[in-house]
Design a protein. Structure first.
Length: 160
């Protein structure tokens, strides 16, 4: 299997796992957080969307939008259906990058902040690792969302 196929599988697997929680979330729950000061359910979606969008822009070499401005744009989406639609839209942009990338493109260096590169423990992040980070980041916040559902009193593994 080539690198693009492995990354595609990882992105798909993580998204499928994340999507298992969607039927359990209502629009009324978007403002919920288990404890004051924690990111809300809406905030978890926003964090996933904002980070993936930022990485897409970095890979494409596009002008970035400030993170707070990006978050605000996603917080304006007021329904679970709207957030899911935006997740699909943003993921399609990620897959466009992946589907057009050969091994040389996946090995291309990506301009990032020194702090982000250090946090990734890479001297110079490359496209493939930025795409893998999208999956890793989504997995982390997806796990938080499952915990939120349990705290809310919902078994996220119950069939709906």
């Amino acid at each position: 299997m080539d690198s693009a196929s492995l990354i595609r599988s990882q992105l798909s697997s993580v998204r499928n796992e994340f999507a298992e929680s969607f039927p359990h979330i209502t629009d009324e729950m978007l403002g919920y957080a288990p404890v004051e000061g924690m990111r809300t359910i809406h905030g978890q979606f926003t964090e996933i969307l904002s980070t993936e969008t930022t990485i897409i822009k970095r890979i494409r070499g596009e002008e970035r939008i400030s993170y707070p401005e990006l978050e605000d744009s996603y917080l304006e989406i007021k329904t679970v259906a709207g957030l899911i639609a935006k997740l699909k839209d943003v993921r399609n942009q990620t897959l466009e990058i992946l589907n057009s990338a050969d091994e040389a493109e996946l090995a291309r260096a990506v301009e990032t902040s020194k702090d982000f590169a250090t946090w990734l423990e890479l001297d110079q992040p490359i496209v493939s690792e930025m795409l893998r980070f999208i999956a890793r980041h989504e997995s982390y916040h997806s796990g938080q969302l499952v915990s939120y559902l349990w705290a809310y009193g919902i078994n996220p593994y119950d069939e709906i």
